[in-house]
Design a protein around this ligand. Structure first.
Ligand code: SF4
Ligand code: SF4
Length: 469
């Protein structure tokens, strides 16, 4: 099966239950943001900027667990910020699993290995030595780490262990060069790859999480899927990024520029996702085939943002993960008080101008699962996709030139930044980066788990792509 039976059955049961009860609106996935603090400052990250005044604030554990209970979504995506910074992340994951929900931990990957070492320490016995040897041989842990693991763990706190009900959902927006540039730190892609390798050795389920932006090179995204498929990653989430800043409308009129000059329009999204259905056959792409048809421009869907609600330090964020028109203390109150008819795009017409170019998964993927714009055969399509055979690992993906940054032998980020900031620097050194890049293919990718204002990212990457430095 493409996805584990237990998970698919749990979600299907939830939908059927509410359909039978004729519940008008209900939650499928809770986007839980226990804090907005992050160890990275990715270019253009919406979250750490929109909530910059509350970076030190965080939700209490009780509030987090209460929110999951309150909306009763079968899946909880713990995001942020970086959720592994949350001081009670272990208790939070354990608590949500105890509630019988599926957990996605959306992480930038930097603390995963530490959390997995904690897990190993908590279960250490001599039988674990074979795994330790493998991890040591692959340089995924050091001798010092191994000693720490052998000492065990006795602080009484829970750990994040492998279970079929949890996925690490690792943020990667391209191969090494692009990803490190976007997250503004060298070595992050390498750390993600090592964390994923370690997770697979230890039996965790791992997914990758990618946002596609205006400058994203879809060829690179395909290579990224091939690379991670060869590592037997369990699935991929992919969604278009999105611009909703109404000020850009002004720019159109004042600067006489076309929207496609500076942000991802629906038309461009459809071009970028033209091959999504083919990817869905080759790789384990999460989401419904109906949503994939929508992304590929083969049908329309109506936004169901209420089905993937966001809860953060300020409350239930309305109307969606991306736009903030208010926060509500209760999910039920948000459902009742928000005029949902004001939002989304219906039959190609935007009900709110800010929604005009939005096709993001948190607005439209549930529409595919809930049958909002049902067409004959949709149920069968969804059934066949979910219960069909899982795509085989693409072993040739091991040949992908994934480490296309450090392989130039120098700090690739410094050179790239120098090239962007100074034409002279480009002449004096940074050019080697671009020369090397051109030998493989053009990289224009951008994105991030923040899914906020994409302008900075797009500008940054378009400069590189065009060598406009
Ligand atoms: S995009 Fe994600 S990893 Fe990057 S700064 Fe924002 S929250 Fe952190
Ligand atoms: S279409 Fe839906 S998900 Fe997209 S911005 Fe509008 S309300 Fe949010």
């Amino acid at each position: 099966m493409r996805f584990p039976l237990g998970l698919t059955a749990k979600i299907a049961r939830h939908i059927i239950k509410h359909k039978l009860r004729k519940t008008p609106k209900f939650a499928l996935v809770l986007q839980l943001e226990p804090l907005h603090t992050c160890n990275l400052t990715c270019t253009g990250c919406g979250r750490i900027r929109e909530y910059s005044t509350s970076l030190k604030d965080m939700m209490s554990l009780e509030d987090c667990l209460g929110s999951a209970d309150e909306c009763d979504a079968p899946m909880v995506s713990i995001c942020g910020g970086e959720p592994l910074i949350y001081p009670k992340i272990e208790e939070l994951i354990a608590g949500i699993l105890e509630q019988g929900r599926i957990v996605y931990v959306c992480t930038n990957g930097m603390f995963m290995r530490k959390k997995m070492r904690d897990y190993m320490a908590s279960i250490y016995s001599p039988e674990l030595e074979a795994k330790l040897s493998k991890l040591l041989a692959e340089k995924l842990i050091s001798e010092k780490d191994a000693e720490g693991i052998r000492k065990g763990k006795s602080d009484g706190r829970p750990v994040i262990g492998p279970t079929k009900w949890m996925y690490w959902n690792v943020h990667v927006d391209g191969l090494e060069y692009t990803h490190d540039l976007i997250v503004e730190r060298e070595g992050v892609f390498k750390e993600c790859v090592e964390a994923i390798k370690m997770a697979k050795i230890l039996g965790y389920q791992v997914a990758t999480n990618t946002t596609v932006y205006k400058e994203t090179d879809v060829k690179e995204i395909e290579q990224m899927f091939e690379f991670f498929s060869s590592m037997e990653v369990d699935g991929h989430t992919i969604s278009p990024g999105y611009e909703y800043d109404a000020a850009k409308k002004d720019m159109v009129s004042r600067l006489n520029k076309q929207p496609e000059d500076f942000f991802l329009t629906r038309k461009m999204t459809r071009q970028k996702f033209a091959k999504i259905q083919e990817w869905g056959e080759r790789f384990t792409i999460f989401g419904t085939p109906v949503y994939q048809e929508f992304l590929a421009g083969k049908r329309e869907l109506t936004c169901t943002a209420w089905a993937i609600p966001t809860r953060n330090v300020k409350g239930w964020k309305a109307p969606c993960y991306l736009m903030t028109d208010g926060h509500y203390p209760k999910y039920a109150e948000m459902l009742e008080k928000v005029d949902w008819e004001k939002y989304g795009v219906v039959d190609g017409v935007a009900r709110d101008s800010r929604c005009e170019n939005c096709m993001v998964h948190c607005g439209y993927d549930p529409s595919g699962a809930l049958g909002t714009n049902y067409q004959r055969g949709d149920n069968w399509k969804n059934f066949r996709y979910n219960f069909g055979a899982k795509p085989k690992p693409y072993l040739k993906g091991r040949e992908v030139f994934a480490f296309n940054g450090t392989s130039i032998g120098k700090g690739h980020l410094a050179e790239a930044k120098a090239a962007i900031n100074s034409p002279r620097a480009a002449m004096n050194g940074a050019q080697s980066v671009f020369s090397r890049k051109e030998e493989s293919h053009t990289h224009e990718t951008s994105g991030g788990c923040g899914s906020g204002d994409t302008t900075q990212r797009d500008e940054l990457l378009s400069k590189i792509a065009k060598k406009d430095v």
